[in-house]
Design a protein around this ligand. Structure first.
Ligand SMILES: NC(=O)c1ccc[n+]([C@@H]2O[C@H](COP(=O)([O-])OP(=O)(O)OC[C@H]3O[C@@H](n4cnc5c(N)ncnc54)[C@H](OP(=O)(O)O)[C@@H]3O)[C@@H](O)[C@H]2O)c1
Length: 402
């Protein structure tokens, strides 16, 4: 990355650090699950790097970690042989490289970096043979599946996770985009022949959320037509200001949820869906979406599949409202649609997204900045879906912003 000799001098790394820690005896609402503790600074492996965290970005995955649902990440790691009985989450960060392993030759001490969340081993034969690293058996989500994420004074990452921080962005801005942005970039570009093409319509659920704000911008950049669904007029206004072509308020409709609920009135559900479809076609110039960017899961999947264009793609990376999704199989085969799972991104996609940010073709969207002490509060706000449009930042290190 950088090559000034002066950057090779050793950085002082203390033995202990402050961290926002989740423990099994307090899983639940993030406001209680996260507590500030003093923890040993982690040791690093040969292909790893220790980064002094300046700012950390928030994502929904550490709401899941705090709740201990659908999995308890501490128990999961113990099953795999870890002796850690705590979790330090955080899957987005900007910071400074302060220690590096022998094999970490892509970075220098003192490098200012943005961290991508794909924690895989570059020596895995699958990766060495050119396989997509995000499909490697060694791949884990840093700061969710792995311990020592970014809600601490220091974090431990594979050296390939360090990308150059743009001089055009502040520390805060640099910490909010990589996880959400690279995820939507892969969702929209990776799944050929259903990758986004010019003039195609994309339905974006939760347009003002972490994924949504980058989805709107990437769809525009690639010449598509972003149409959002959100739960308030204010959020819709925000999405329009960011480049969404039009949008729908989801609370105006009531057909949400799985198809096999005991007390469902199928006739009413269908009528409500038709109302939603009519509204969508009205605002999308009569064109069905070629791609539906799905992540709410259980509540929206039936609609996502039904409204998707013939031969189109429902691409999903999450299940905020529940993971037991249902759909009518007839819509899948009769109209030859595709449901595709998509998980984060590979290095190339992260680098491409980072470069779009550096060139200011996409802009970071910060909703609110919190102090380190407020990590639990910020996650609790997200858990209750009360967060403002965009991504939340936690300020940890005391480096001044450029
Ligand atoms: N696999 C991956 O690599 C990956 C990467 C990033 C995120 N994710 C997952 O994707 C999901 C979203 O992440 P995020 O960071 O964008 O979260 P976020 O900032 O909370 O945004 C999600 C949006 O979803 C909408 N939403 C919530 N409940 C809904 C429901 N019942 N029906 C329809 N929309 C609903 C909300 O918008 P409105 O209330 O305005 O409609 C909310 O703004 C999370 O589950 C996260 O774990 C996965």
């Amino acid at each position: 990355m950088l090559n000034q000799e002066s950057k090779q001098s050793n950085f002082e790394v203390p033995k202990k650090m402050l961290a926002q820690v989740i423990r099994q005896n307090r899983l639940g609402d993030p406001i209680k699950a996260f507590q500030m503790e003093e923890i040993n600074v982690p040791e690093i492996e040969e292909d790893e790097v220790l980064v002094k965290v300046i700012c950390a970005g928030l994502n929904y995955n550490n709401v899941w970690a705090a709740l201990g649902k659908p999995i308890d990440v501490i128990a999961y790691r113990k099953q795999k042989g870890s002796s850690d009985n705590f979790h330090i989450g955080g899957s987005d960060a900007s910071g400074i490289v302060v220690k590096k392993g022998k094999l970490a030759d892509n970075v220098m001490l003192g490098d200012e970096v943005v961290i991508h969340a794909g924690f895989w081993s570059e020596s895995d034969p699958w990766v060495l043979n050119g396989g997509d690293p995000i499909l490697s058996d060694t791949c884990q989500a840093w700061g969710y599946e792995t311990n020592f994420g970014s809600f601490a004074e220091y974090t431990k990452v594979k050296s390939h996770q360090c990308l150059k921080k743009s001089k055009n962005l502040s520390w805060e801005e640099s910490s909010v985009y990589m996880l959400s942005g690279a995820t939507v970039f892969r969702m929209l570009t990776n799944w050929k022949p259903n990758h986004l093409k010019e003039k195609e319509v994309v339905l974006i659920w939760g347009g003002s959320g972490g994924l949504g704000v980058y989805a709107i911008q990437v769809v525009n950049l690639l010449g598509g037509v972003p149409i959002v669904v959100v739960n308030s007029k204010e959020k819709l206004e925000f999405c329009l200001s960011l480049g969404a072509k039009a949008g729908i308020i989801r609370d105006d409709f009531s057909h949400w949820g799985s198809l096999n609920q005991a007390n469902i009135n199928e006739k009413n559900r269908r009528a409500e869906y038709r109302k939603f479809e009519k509204k969508f076609l009205e605002i999308a110039n009569g064109i069905f979406p070629s791609i539906v960017l799905e992540h709410p899961g259980e509540m929206t999947l039936p609609t996502s599949l039904q409204i998707c264009k013939k031969g189109g793609l429902v691409v999903t990376c999450g299940a905020t409202s529940g993971y037991l999704g249902s759909f009518d199989l007839r819509h899948l085969w009769m109209f030859q649609k595709r449901i595709q799972g998509s998980h984060y991104a590979n290095l190339e996609q992260c680098m491409e997204f980072n470069s779009l940010m550096d060139q200011k073709k996409i802009r970071p969207v910060i909703s609110e900045i919190f102090n380190f002490e407020e990590t639990g509060l910020a996650h609790s706000i997200m858990y209750k879906n009360q967060h403002k449009p965009g991504n939340m930042v936690i300020r940890i290190g005391n480096q001044k912003s450029n």
